[in-house]
Design a protein. Structure first.
Length: 201
């Protein structure tokens, strides 16, 4: 992969709106909406495969595949992608007790990106590594003076563009604050599984 002098900055025009409703002393709702317009996004064009050493292209000399030590496919960066994304998130926050708070959220994202040039961008799929639907639940509990116990559960849809299945994640955190300027925390992540693919690069 290599760049070009013509490669420029990506452009984003963003519109956002938010609303909060305090339904009761212990219950509130937040709503956030957004629309993003993208221009000159990063793109990539796969160049003809080359045999090394020698630098001959496979198209010019297919026989180089038999005596070369490696075949390299270079990618030239450009700014030929564009598109838009829209979505929102709604969050409910409930405090059943002064020492306990629960937050539940749902987020929706729709993204439409395309390459304006006739060739297909090999990097365009990397811009779409986001689930359309995501749900989360967080519990924050003060279990004693200076002690907090947090639980966080998140579920996301599958991501068809890169072949990632739907996944659920559980995190936990136990924190102790012996002083105002000191905190010691024990954190566990991905407690429901040993390993999980989060992205493809």
């Amino acid at each position: 992969m290599y760049g070009a002098e013509s490669f420029g900055s990506e452009k984003l025009t963003a519109y956002e709106a938010g609303w909060r409703w305090q339904a009761a002393d212990e219950l509130s709702f937040d709503l956030a909406l957004f629309y993003n317009a993208y221009d000159d996004l990063r793109s990539g064009l796969a160049l003809p495969p080359e045999c090394f050493p020698g630098g001959e292209t496979v198209a010019d000399n297919p026989a180089c595949l038999f005596y070369s030590t490696e075949v390299v496919v270079r990618t030239a960066l450009g700014n030929s992608s564009e598109g838009h994304a829209r979505g929102g998130e709604v969050t409910a926050i409930w405090a059943p007790q002064r020492y306990w708070r629960i937050a539940a959220s749902y987020a929706r994202l729709q993204k439409n990106l395309r390459d304006v040039l006739p060739h297909e961008s090999v990097l365009l799929f990397m811009l779409g590594q986001d689930p359309e639907n995501e749900y989360s639940l967080r519990s924050t509990l003060s279990i004693g003076p200076g002690w907090d116990w947090d639980l966080f559960v998140k579920h996301r849809d599958d991501i068809d563009s890169i072949g990632l299945p739907a996944a659920t994640q559980l995190d936990a955190r136990l924190a102790w604050r012996p002083a105002l300027d000191l905190e010691v925390a024990l954190v566990g992540r991905n407690l429901l599984s040993d390993a999980k693919v989060q992205a493809v690069t």
